[in-house]
Design a protein around this ligand. Structure first.
Ligand code: MSP
Length: 633
């Protein structure tokens, strides 16, 4: 039987593990646990990317031999994952012989097939990114990716005939709508493939970069770090070593990546696989990017969120829940300690946690802690509701829409709370003729709690186990009349104000620039207005359908937004703050009754709201997804 194979990117060892790494790995773990619970055999791979200039320079800076440095830093990742309850099947390191020898095999295979050739390369090279760029790629003479300076170089290198696969790849992507997800990323890749695809330089001269896998056909060269790294997905599951394992595992069912490494996976990796005559992964899903309190995480800002600190602060399950619930998978998100605390308190402690203790205490009180029987002559409203909820949850999980799957959990809690309020078990308990009715309410409620336990288990495995223990069972099917429950302590303790302050200090210490921004004087308040003045402004929710740069302007984006009752064209001065693809699908708020204006020759029918944070524009939207055209007051 084919295993369900899930991968994360393999992380660079020169960086400390942070929120971003935890995000992809937790998402992969949620998926792995979900599929295991369906009875599938899952192979879940993560690991570390240990070759290349980044690792070499970091080791030099640390004054350590490179191998020693990468060993130490790979261990930091390996030690972290159990703290987040990550259940990876394997952990691959690109310096392991099982990987290096098979990367050489792949290189030799391509060379033998005439798909790798040597040529003189002349162009620009970005040292930190280890990437070549052509003159026209450069942005104001700098690296278009990281903005840093590039060096002009001329040297012999080896190239993989990637260009030969361009047409085949375009056709494949067009024929498989779910291959690259979400659709905005698929369009991005197709857009990238509209331009002629060059061949891929897959070597680096050892004289310049010795820390890599030697080319089997030229001792003076090592493999380009991305060729080496991408191969991990195949070498870890037996490529060239264990045919049976490879056949049972490859192709990957889901490859999770951040949007930063979309092209390397959707273009380099896929064409490499085509050339090696291997099937392509079934799905590549590129998720969004996390910022911390609106800023890119960086060591100099001191705002890097360490996953182990987050676990220490709120608990592994709570942190996992936050990551998966806060942001629709695929879109960008912003981390703040306040948002994390609020999710824990509102969703977990007040809602789910309280609901569990409410139901279990009633069974304790009215039925001496024994689960009551069903009385089938009565209807079970909760049964229908939870069955529907469960199937919507499954649909969301199938689409990797983790945030909506968890929204279903919260909605089901709301439904059960409503059901309890409406059926008033405390009144039924006073009337002995209503005993069966009370049984049904309690039984329906505890059954729903067990379904909730099942739904949360891929996300919050420890809490799901704890809940099952409170229900006195191991698996949901064990819940029967007479099962002894125990209410015990709270499933999710509430974070009080003092603890919240402690958590904020742990997670987002205010240092350097962050502190300076906080101390900056506020813009003086505008003169007071009346409510009538305010009501003249018609604010509406809108969903961004399309975004593109306004030609010849470096500030403006032309957007098409959905107002529910109509679509509008709006020009917004946000091009220096958002990439068009980052805002497609976002829910924004706009002034809908502003007189139309023409900006750089393009008509604008409204204005988006944005916060001006010291010159950085941050779009305003709604916390929860709502339809376009809803009035905002
Ligand atoms: N080593 C390469 C990947 C090779 S895969 C064959 C690499 N490593 S990395 O350490 O930089 O990790 C990149 C991945 O970490 C991203 O694709 C994403 O999965 C995750 N993230 C890193 N920072 C992130 C955020 N700020 N937000 C969300 N995810 C981020 O690239």
């Amino acid at each position: 039987m084919k295993r369900f194979y899930i991968t994360t990117p393999i992380y660079y060892v020169n960086d400390v593990p942070h929120l971003g790494h935890a995000y992809t790995t937790v998402a992969a773990d949620v998926l792995a646990r979900y599929h295991r619970a369906q009875g599938e055999e899952v192979f879940f791979l993560t690991g570390t990317d240990e070759h290349g200039q980044k690792a070499e320079q970091a080791a030099k800076k640390a004054g350590e031999p490179v191998q020693q440095y990468v060993d130490k830093h790979a261990k930091v990742f390996q030690d972290l994952w159990p703290k987040l309850n990550i259940t990876n099947t394997d952990f691959i390191r690109t310096t392991e012989p099982r990987h290096t020898t098979k990367v050489q095999l792949a290189l030799q295979t391509l060379k033998d097939k005439g798909l790798i050739y040597a040529a003189d390369y002349e162009g620009w090279y970005c040292v930190p990114d280890e990437r070549f760029w052509t003159e026209k790629d450069l942005k104001e003479g700098n690296c278009p990716d990281c903005g840093r300076k590039v060096d002009q170089i001329r040297e012999k290198n080896y190239f993989f005939k990637m260009s030969s696969y361009q047409q085949r790849l375009i056709e494949y992507i067009k024929g498989e709508p779910d291959f690259i997800m979400p659709p905005s990323r698929r369009n991005e890749v197709l857009g990238f493939l509209e331009k002629p695809l060059g061949d891929l330089c897959i070597s680096r001269p050892k004289s310049r970069l010795p820390w890599g896998i030697g080319l089997p056909f030229d001792p003076d060269y090592v493999a380009y770090v991305w060729f080496d790294a991408l191969m991990n997905y195949a070498t870890a599951v037996g490529y060239g070593a264990d045919e049976k394992k490879f056949a049972e595992t490859w192709p990957a069912d889901v490859q999770l990546v951040g949007k930063d490494i979309l092209t390397t996976h959707c273009v380099y990796w896929t064409t490499m696989l085509m050339a090696l005559e291997l099937p392509l992964p079934k799905k590549i899903f590129a998720h969004g990017w996390w910022t911390v309190e609106g800023k890119k995480m960086s060591k100099s800002l001191g705002n890097v969120v360490a996953p182990d600190v987050a676990v220490e602060a709120v608990g592994a399950d709570q942190f996992r829940y936050f990551l998966m619930r806060e942001v629709p998978f695929g879109l960008d998100g912003d981390f703040s300690a306040a948002a994390l605390i609020s999710r824990v308190n509102v969703d977990l402690a007040n809602n789910l946690g309280n609901l569990v203790s409410r139901v279990l205490s009633m069974i304790e009180k009215y039925r001496d802690s024994s689960v009551p029987p069903h009385h089938i002559d009565k209807s079970f409203p909760m049964l229908n509701i939870s069955t529907h909820s469960r199937s919507r949850y499954d649909e969301f999980m199938a689409r990797l829409d983790f945030s909506r799957a968890l929204e279903e959990v919260i909605k089901l809690c709301d439904e059960l709370n409503r059901h309890i309020v409406e059926s008033e078990p405390w009144s039924l308990a006073k009337d002995s003729s209503k005993s069966q009715e009370l049984d049904n309410v309690l039984r329906g409620s505890v059954d729903t709690i067990s379904i909730l336990g099942m739904m949360i288990s891929p996300f919050m495995p420890e809490s799901a186990d704890k809940l099952m223990r409170m229900l006195g069972i191991k698996v949901r099917a064990d819940l029967k009349a007479g099962t002894k429950i125990s209410a015990g302590e709270a499933l999710f303790p509430r974070i009080d104000e003092n603890k919240a302050k402690e958590i904020e200090a742990m997670l987002t210490p205010k240092t350097g620039e962050t502190a300076a921004v906080q101390a900056a004087p506020a813009v003086p308040l505008a003169p007071q207005i009346t409510i009538d003045d305010f009501m003249k402004i018609d604010l509406r929710t809108a969903k961004v359908l399309h975004a593109e740069p306004v030609p010849k302007s470096n500030k403006l984006l032309k957007l098409s937004v959905d107002l529910g009752f109509e679509q509008r064209q709006v020009v917004a001065g946000i091009a220096q703050h958002y990439e068009p693809e980052d805002i497609i699908g976002k829910n924004v708020v706009m002034v809908a009754n502003l007189k139309p204006a023409t900006l750089m020759g393009v008509e604008s029918h409204g204005m988006l709201l944005a916060a001006n944070d010291g010159g950085r524009l941050v779009l305003c939207g709604t916390w929860e997804t709502v339809q376009g055209g809803i009035k905002v007051k």
